[in-house]
Design a binder for this molecule. Structure first.
Ligand SMILES: Nc1ncnc2c1ncn2[C@@H]1O[C@H](COP(=O)(O)OP(=O)(O)OP(=O)(O)O)[C@@H](O)[C@H]1O
Length: 229
């Protein structure tokens, strides 16, 4: 379970205000027009921004003042998630060992995460020698390996064509279902959201205007969601 208790984040004249609880394992689509506060919310969850008021509780722990590295989160932001001078293996290994010193068990975990995203045998390649979709899979493998309770995605896979992007979103959904991760994904595309998410949080000017089960909101054509349909 993840709780945002009366959280307020102020950025100049903009204020994000949230008071909500997200069940463990929920996959939440964060939607709203440009400037509504999606990235601000992800940054507050990741710890890049500290709230001016309120508390953030993740996996039973108060992380309100915790630095990025101490939060139980993994992050996948837009594109360019890979280091071009490191091999696929090392890019993934960074998820567990920032100094790249791995023991045999860690190495086996890296290879296992590669297998899960269907990239066996690609461990020695450099990112430039992979297709866009394969690069996204490497970033996903690293996220998997970190095995954190909360995943934060900001318009991921946006460089991929829609068919490949949706394939990645579905892969992400399968992996989340296996691990029970709670996920937040900022997106402008309701169809993309449907491929991965089961809840929707719609923001307007820093406030939640819809917090609902995604399939129900779509089936009922909830008025605030209609512009996105
Ligand atoms: N460092 C900052 N100082 C002042 N205002 C900021 C700062 N960062 C963001 N903002 C403002 O906060 C508001 C929310 O921005 P945010 O990036 O969270 O929106 P968003 O919904 O993610 O938009 P987009 O869909 O364009 O990425 C905007 O009005 C933005 O101008």
């Amino acid at each position: 379970m993840l709780q945002l208790e009366k959280v307020r984040v102020e950025l100049g004249t903009f204020t994000l205000s949230l008071d909500l609880t997200v069940p463990k394992g929920a996959r939440v689509a964060l939607m709203g027009v440009s400037g509504s506060g999606k990235s601000t919310l992800l940054s507050a969850l990741a710890g890049f921004l500290l709230p001016d008021a309120g508390r953030i509780i993740m996996a039973g722990e108060d992380v309100t003042a915790a630095p990025v590295a101490q939060r139980p989160v993994s992050i996948l932001f837009q594109d360019g998630n890979l280091f071009p001078h490191l091999s696929v293996f090392d890019n993934i290994a960074l998820g567990i060992a920032p100094n790249l010193r791995l023991d045999a068990a860690d190495e086996a975990r890296v290879m296992e995460s590669l297998r899960k995203v269907d990239l066996d045998g690609m461990d020695e390649r450099m990112p430039a020698a992979l297709s866009g979709g394969q690069q996204s899979r490497v970033a996903l493998a690293r996220m998997l390996l970190r095995d954190k309770p909360v995943a934060l995605l900001d318009e991921p896979f946006s460089a991929l064509d829609p068919a490949l992007r949706r394939e990645m979103l579905e892969l992400m959904r399968t992996l989340c279902e296996e691990t029970g991760q709670t996920l937040f994904m900022a997106t402008h595309d309701l169809r993309d959201a449907e491929h991965l998410c089961d809840r929707i949080l719609l923001l307007e000017d820093g406030k939640v205007v819809l917090d609902a089960e995604l399939s129900t909101a779509i089936a009922e054509r909830t008025p605030v969601l209609r512009p996105w349909m």
